[in-house]
Design a protein around this ligand. Structure first.
Ligand code: G3H
Ligand code: 13P
Ligand code: ZN
Length: 324
């Protein structure tokens, strides 16, 4: 059942984080639903502009609606990841999306506010919530590459002003992570003081609690990188990500949505590289596809344990019934 992102946040805020997983194809969609139902977790499916172009937005909507029918127990929201204004308006008009992200974080503060406000007005008129970004994550997104020198953490005072002026529903904050497989050099840790600062200052300003979104949350397991390289890959062995043990402490401070894409891509790459290394005579893609769906489901269930969302499906269902 597709629900609003706000309904998930209401139950999760300050208790656990909801996993927001990017999908691009049928195999990911199938594994995602299996893994969430298996671990009894609510979840967010997110579609990037790149995914909507790759598979066609109509194809993605069709496979998600089909999966919804195949897994009647599943409770999830559908979200546009890293949208510009055009993509946000398209998703708001479609009637399929629970929430959109407007990412104008590369713009100066005032311009980011103005763009975000325009999207919030249009989205709220249709009951759709808006995630906006302040601060700059390092790493690579579809059209934007930010090198580490230009990445900057979110300033909690600016965050309060931004939320006040834009009325966004959740805030993607830069708390030390970056997109992709190469997140940290040296000691790896989230900037908990920034998360805490935003939470406390929002409260002091008399604003309602604002869920914080963590982008770039993949953990980039060393074992995956090693297995990919042992099967012919050439990933930099220094690749590293977020410590999974930090998801839940961050969630208790208000990180309510945790975005994970890269780790799923690593599972896909490892399964397919190993399969074709071990079966060089094969050219049927369904056997490795089947292994991938199963491994991806297990991966999702594992992530949900770390996020604290595993086992929360009934709590969400009860909360939805109370409102109805
Ligand atoms: O933050 C970016 C997500 O990992 C989506 O990546 O734009 O290559 O689909 P993509
Ligand atoms: P990762 O690259 O760490 O998986 O982050 C994904 C993301 O933030 C999607 O918006
Ligand atoms: Zn992101």
């Amino acid at each position: 059942m597709i629900v609003t992102t706000a309904q998930l946040y209401k139950v999760a805020y300050s208790k656990f984080a909801v996993g927001a997983y990017n999908i691009n194809n049928m195999e990911q969609c199938l594994g995602l639903f299996r893994g969430n139902v298996q671990s009894r977790a609510p979840f967010i499916i997110q579609l990037s502009k790149g995914a909507r172009k790759y598979a066609d937005k109509r194809m993605l909507e069709a496979i998600i609606r089909t999966a919804e029918g195949m897994f009647p127990e599943a409770i999830f929201a559908v979200h546009l990841d890293h949208g510009d204004e055009e993509a946000c308006y398209d998703c708001i008009a479609s009637g399929f999306y629970s929430s959109v992200m407007i990412d104008a974080s590369q713009e100066p503060f005032e311009k980011n506010v103005a763009i975000t406000k325009r999207v919030v007005d249009k989205a709220h008129a249709k009951g759709i919530s808006v995630e906006a970004e302040l601060g700059m994550l390092g790493g690579v997104e579809e059209d934007i590459k930010v090198d580490e020198g230009h990445a900057c953490l979110t300033n909690p005072d600016e965050a309060v002003e931004f939320i006040k002026q834009t009325k966004c529903d959740s805030l993607a904050a830069a708390i030390g992570t970056s997109h992709g497989a190469y997140k940290f050099k040296g000691q790896q840790s989230l900037h908990f003081e920034v998360i805490e600062g935003i939470r406390d200052k929002v409260k002091k300003a008399g604003l309602p609690p604002t869920p914080i979104v963590m982008h770039g949350s993949s953990s980039v397991p060393k074992s995956e990188v090693e297995r990919i390289n042992a099967a012919g890959g050439k990933l930099d062995p220094s690749a590293r990500g977020v410590n999974e043990e930090e998801y839940l402490p961050a969630a208790k401070l208000g990180v309510t949505k945790v975005n994970i894409d890269t780790d799923g891509r690593l599972v896909w790459t490892r399964v397919h590289r190993e399969f074709f290394r071990d079966h060089p005579e094969q050219f049927d893609f369904r056997p490795p596809g089947k292994i991938f769906v199963e491994e991806y489901a297990n991966f999702i269930a594992h992530k949900n344990e770390k996020l604290g969302s595993a086992g929360k499906l009934d709590e969400i269902r009860t909360s939805l019934k109370k409102v109805a």
